[in-house]
Design a protein around this ligand. Structure first.
Ligand code: AGP
Length: 616
């Protein structure tokens, strides 16, 4: 949600903070601020409502604020409207403690009242101001050092946080703490960097520490010291990140989303090759990296998949693919529901959580719920070292690289192939698939990247189509089986970046109520990649056409009879039908992208959204 950055070193901090925040702006973006300290001087705080460029202008690209120690923040409002007053950093009245925070302090009202009894007053509506003043309160009341004051605060607050603070009495130092909210710390050449996400500091260093949950750290020039909640020092391993800084840049594309759409063939190939290996003349799934054994897969009685948004949509595809190939029952749950509905799990239920960021609060909570019941959890996750990656029993690491656009494309595609691979491994372990069929499926899967390239080569036709429909009010996506799961993703892609109302419907369900919304010119996009369901979906398309709908159909090359019904037909290469989502979703991503562009919207940073949803 919000993004935080910190720096201690010989360079000027403000330009580093602004640069880091620019890489995090996709996380939240209604206001921004920074606090920089020059030696023993009081920190200078500058805040601006709106985009980061407003803060950059206000500080002359950081040149107007002197000092080598500072913290910065981009905000996605939770408590209190987007305004300069509510923007971070926040401070105690005497500037004793100045800090930035990502996350939510759930009991902030109660803590605010407590502090008010001790004569504290509040200038903002934020929970963060309360947290900062609580640190100040403990620091003064118990006359302890920063680590003890922060630890006392951590025990008292409920919720999630990644927090970075500077204390008046400790120049040249930043103190940080985290619970259920991401934070990384990097060092290089005598300089220390901190951020809520790796891309913010990747330009400066790929030597990263992951601070653990409920831990704290003190950042000095070129040095980091970690502490547990008791204030004891703890050792951490320095990890080398092999994403390069260029992967987090636009690389000549107008938007990150378009760049990431074009990266799909490459990242799919990388993800497939990481676990699909040659064995003699055949291909097979090698589970070593994931950490699960064939024996463990054999003992799985059923599967529950918990995820949010697009990751949930990949779970919907997995449900069809796993049940069909492995004959193992699969239930797909929205992670936000799973955590509260006391789900029934068998001792041998394998819970799969899917997450690009590895920090989605609801998905993390679902993982913890499953583990607390004694169930094993397998995570399909993209961000190395994320909370979900660290807490799961088994990890299928997707190799999408950093995904910056809020609307996911390449991470979604990698999650899909991870699901196919797990389905194949499970089917084999369950004796439902022989080596010949395994080899055939994996060989076909390896042809997906080239087939995606072919779809991308023909994107101009989709641009033309999108420009015709940039002003529609409602769009319906209909399909059956796997095609319905593809529709869910196509519809989300459109609405999140174009702000056009759209819904995905199981094609056969439309006539049970929603068909009353169809009127002259309503755009209906049918997805028809499953041969056994083709005629059925065509019939549902005819039903809406006779009520005035304009029909677009997405199907495989060869199914040319679609043109008898659809007004506009889109063809994708043929593949094994279990893998159809990987191809049919590409034109739907492109349609969403082009419509957003033709409406003049901010494709990569759509309103109200954040890349990583670390609050409930
Ligand atoms: C999709 O474009 C969205 N950005 C969103 O639905 C996303 O997939 C969801 O919030 C889950 O995020 P995660 O994969 O990081 O857990």
């Amino acid at each position: 949600m919000c993004g935080i950055v910190g720096f201690v070193g010989k360079k000027q901090a403000a330009p580093v903070l602004l640069d880091g925040l620019s890489k995090l702006e996709y996380r939240g973006y209604d206001s921004a601020g920074l606090a920089v300290r020059n030696g023993e001087d009081e920190p200078v705080i500058v805040k601006a409502k709106g985009r980061l460029k407003d803060l950059a202008e206000k500080t002359d690209e950081g040149k107007a604020v002197f000092g080598g120690c500072g913290i910065g923040h981009t905000r996605w409002a939770t408590h209190g409207e987007p305004s300069e007053n509510n923007a971070h950093p926040h401070c105690s009245d005497d500037m004793n403690v100045v800090g930035v925070h990502n996350g939510i302090i759930e009991n902030y009202q109660e803590l605010k009242e407590k502090l008010q009894h001790h004569d504290y007053t509040f200038y903002s509506q934020t929970d963060t101001e309360v947290a900062i003043k609580l640190i100040d309160y403990y620091y003064k009341k118990y006359q302890v050092g920063p680590i003890d004051a922060i630890a006392k605060t951590m025990v008292r607050v409920r919720g999630s946080y990644a927090i970075a603070v500077m204390f008046k009495d400790y120049p040249g130092q930043i103190y940080v703490a985290r619970k259920d909210s991401p934070m990384v710390i990097g060092i290089k050449d005598g300089q220390t960097y901190m951020a809520s996400d790796v891309p913010a500091i990747l330009k400066y260093t790929n030597q990263i520490y992951y601070i653990g949950n409920l831990e704290m750290a003190r950042l000095d020039e070129g040095k980091v010291t970690f502490f547990n909640l008791d204030g004891d020092e703890v050792e951490k391993e320095l990890v080398t990140i092999d994403w390069d800084a260029e992967a987090a840049e636009k690389g000549g594309y107008e938007h990150f989303m378009m760049k990431e759409i074009h990266e799909q063939p490459k990242v799919l190939e990388d993800t497939i090759n990481s676990v699909v290996k040659k064995s003699g003349k055949s291909l097979e799934v090698d589970l070593t990296e994931i950490g699960i054994t064939e024996e463990e897969l054999k003992n799985v009685s059923d599967i529950v998949i918990a995820a949010c948004g697009s990751a949930y949509h990949t779970g919907m595809v997995d449900q069809y693919v796993i049940e069909d190939l492995a004959k193992v029952p699969v239930r797909v749950e929205l992670a936000s529901e799973f955590r509260y509905r006391k789900p029934l799990l068998n001792p041998n239920t394998l819970v799969i959580v899917v997450s690009q960021s590895g920090e989605t609060a609801d998905t993390l909570a679902a993982l913890r719920e499953a583990k607390s019941r004694g169930n094993k959890v397998l995570a399909i996750v993209n961000v190395v070292g994320s909370s979900i990656a660290r807490e799961a029993d088994y990890v299928f690491q997707t190799l999408a690289g950093p995904e910056i656009s809020v609307a996911t494309t390449k991470a979604y595609s990698c999650q899909l192939v991870a699901g196919y691979i797990l389905a194949i491994a499970l089917a084999k372990a369950k004796g439902q698939l022989d080596e010949k069929k395994e080899n055939e499926l994996l060989t076909e899967m390896r042809s997906l990247p080239a087939k995606i390239e072919k779809i991308l080569d023909e994107k101009e036709r989709l641009q033309w189509f999108a420009s015709k429909f940039s002003n529609v009010h409602d769009v319906f996506y209909i399909g059956r089986g796997i095609d319905y799961a593809i529709c869910l993703e196509g519809s989300l892609k459109l609405k999140e970046i174009s702000y056009i109302h759209s819904e995905a419907y199981a094609a056969g369900e439309l006539k049970h109520g929603t068909i009353s919304l169809i009127e002259d010119g309503t755009l209906v996009i049918g997805v028809l990649t499953q041969s056994g369901l083709f005629e059925k979906t065509v019939s549902n398309m005819v039903e809406v056409k006779s009520r005035g709908a304009y029909l677009c159909g997405v199907t495989s090359y060869g199914n040319y009879s679609l043109e008898d019904t659809a007004d506009f037909s889109i063809y994708v290469p043929k593949t094994d039908e279990h893998f159809a989502a990987s191809l049919a979703v590409i034109p739907l991503q492109l349609i969403g992208y082009y419509i957003s562009v033709s409406r003049g919207l901010d494709v990569d940073k759509p309103r109200n959204l954040a890349k990583s949803v670390t609050v409930e």
